[in-house]
Write a protein that binds this ligand. Structure first.
Ligand code: NAP
Length: 251
């Protein structure tokens, strides 16, 4: 976690951007970087203290719009929760300009034969079903924005299966499918641009859980990736739609 202020600017000036899993890792960095570029960031996550810390860090940035905290556990959230969230954003801001689906559960790396079914269901719920439900609820206010972005977060194991990656890998394949179906539906009917992103190996808690023997110092930090995230959330990426992107290719 870096205490260095992200570069400030106006790339995302006046944009309203919701980030899931905004309390830690890549989501935290994306929240700070977006706010530093003028976005009003809605922080969605399940751990209140982490989001309060991100809120305070944004508050300390010069000229960043005040963030909004929206606590929600994506494993237990219901249709009512998603509708209330959409209504609250609609009432307060009248539109949503960006949705970064970033929250994910990794789970244990386990052969499929021994993968616990309840764990499988939890991972699919957080990584896939919640992204679908949240997207569905927010589409009307994303359409009101005129130039909105939806980014789904994938992984290299969501593009080529790998032994023992279980529900996480399968959920990322489903994430790619969700992105493709939505992008095709919206291609000629909406100004919303939809893509998936693979951040690549990044120095976070999730990466350390998957690769405990790896030296975290050998990996890029979430902050290192932010120029690509900002580009994809901002006006310059309009031509990208329905694509499975690698963040590293955009840096
Ligand atoms: P991370 O540090 O573990 O952060 C994940 C975030 O998701 C946390 O803020 C976590 O909240 C939140 N989250 C998990 N379950 C949730 C739930 N039920 N409800 C709400 N929020 C929940 O992971 P990361 O490495 O930054 O990963 C960010 C994204 O990049 C993920 O989609 C991941 O699959 C993808 N990715 C990462 C890497 C990598 O090397 N790091 C590589 C490829 C893809 P808490 O902090 O409260 O637990």
């Amino acid at each position: 976690m870096s205490d260095v202020h992200p570069p400030s600017g106006n790339l995302l000036q006046d944009r309203i951007i919701l980030i899931t899993g905004a309390g830690d890792g890549i989501g935290r960095a994306a929240a700070l970087a977006s706010a530093a570029q003028g976005a009003r960031v809605i922080l969605l996550g399940r751990t209140q203290e982490k989001m309060e810390a991100v809120y305070d860090a944004i508050d300390a940035l010069p000229d960043a719009p005040e963030a909004v905290i929206h606590p929600l556990d994506l494993e237990s959230a219901t249709e009512d929760h998603y509708r209330e969230l959409a209504d609250a954003i609609g009432d307060q801001f009248g539109r949503l300009d960006g949705l970064l689906h970033n929250a994910s559960l990794l789970g244990n790396l386990t052969p499929l034969q021994y993968f616990p079914a309840d764990r499988w269901a939890s991972i699919m719920q957080v990584n896939v079903n919640a992204a679908f439900q949240l997207t569905r609820a927010l589409l009307p206010i994303l359409n009101l924005a005129g130039d909105a972005r939806i980014l789904f977060t994938s992984s290299s194991v969501g593009r080529k299966g790998r032994a023992y990656w279980g529900a996480y890998a399968v959920s990322k394949f489903a994430t790619e499918g969700l992105m493709q179906v939505l992008a095709d539906e919206l291609a000629d009917t909406s100004n919303i641009r939809v893509n998936s992103i693979n951040p690549g190996a990044t120095r976070t808690t999730m990466r350390a859980a998957a690769y405990p023997a790896e030296d975290p110092g050998s990996l890029p930090t979430p902050e290192d990736l932010m120029p690509a995230y900002l580009y994809l959330l901002g006006p310059e990426s309009r031509q990208l739609h329905g694509q499975a992107l690698n963040i590293r290719d955009l840096l």
